[in-house]
Write a protein that binds this ligand. Sequence first.
Ligand SMILES: NC(=O)NC(NC(N)=O)C(=O)[O-]
Ligand SMILES: [Zn+2]
Ligand SMILES: [Zn+2]
Length: 416
Amino acid sequence: MVAEMKGKSKLCLQVEKDLQWLSQFGADTRKGVTRLLYSTEWYAAQEALKEKMTENQLTAYYDDVGNLYGRLEGIEQNQKTILVGSHVDTVVYGGKYDGAFGIIAGLIAVEHLRKTYGMPKRSIEVVSLCEEEGSRFPLTYWGSGHIVGLYSYENMSQEIKDRENITLKKAMEQYQFGKGHYKKPFRQDISHFIELHIEQGEQLEKKQLDIGIVSSIAGQKRFTVTVQGESNHAGTTPMTHRKDALAASCRFITSLLDMSKKYEEKLYMTVGKLDVSPNVPNVIPGKVSFSIDIRHGEDGVLDKVEHEIKVMLREIAINAGVTTEINRWMNEKPVQMDKNLSEISKNISEEKNISYMSMVSGAGHDSQVFGPKLPTCLLFVPSKNGISHSPKEYTSAEQLEKGIQVLIELLYKLAY
Ligand SMILES: NC(=O)NC(NC(N)=O)C(=O)[O-]
Ligand SMILES: [Zn+2]
Ligand SMILES: [Zn+2]
């Protein structure tokens, strides 16, 4: 252990320690991390980060939706601010790197810059975005979407509820967000958004490269499907007279995944969430709802697939004697990252002898929301075995450090 510590740089030890520290908020007994939007664990993580920002001599503050910022004031007036960071929320039973790494990396990079070069010309803010994953409520990019003005909580639907029927409004207000206590989230003073993230795939590892410079992010749609059948007795209702919502859902899901194969490897389709009612062994399932998540690099293909899904759903409903409803609650277009920032990142990597490749991200990111509005840069570090959204997520401290080195230099070039 001591020998291992001796071999590691200060930066390596720091990033390892800080990620471990942040993962305690929402840690479960199976080594996973679950930090859902506006949950106790989520708030504890934001509060702990706020304290850390203050310790790092940053001015820490929330906006009214729960995004947390740590600001290092620039010496030149009238300059816009560079935003660097990622999201603090996780999926259910996720790992300790997704999102968290971008925040910790931002904090470490800014701390390093301040200690080495003093105050920047242009202000830098490290941001811990409140929500990106869409794991608790049927919405995604709740944090970044407010910053760029895509969302406004004042106009949000009262119908947005989690699995336990808690409304988004109530969840927000539990921690005093959404009441006008804090600064409004919409901002027009941001010059760039920079995000460092784990790849969540295996391209970098397979090619043995250190950094992925993202050129574009795939488009993504998410739906909730509700299938309404009829609950009845398992021992007396003839097999031919049933309106079994689960049997119909299974047929539909299988046909759907079969259909996705015709798009070869370019279409990604997932049914990841299923709720069965009443969910007991001796009652025919009367109601089922499930999610569909589709992704592709071309928007036109996603529209075509959406149409196919709807046609297929109608056909299966007619044959199974059930009724169906489909609600699309996410529709993100593919987005290009800023070419100039990518070029700067390439040059930095070359100067530092850090190997890199340009790549497309199949995973969604807050950078997708900032990208159409302002120059945005998304950088990846490798993920062991390409695993993510799992407690098995892992990137070595040495690989994390390379990402941070590029980030430090990029921020230096933009802010000093
Ligand atoms: N980087 C992510 O894990 N993002 C995830 N979340 C969103 N909102 O896309 C996803 O599902 O790809
Ligand atoms: Zn994620
Ligand atoms: Zn993420």
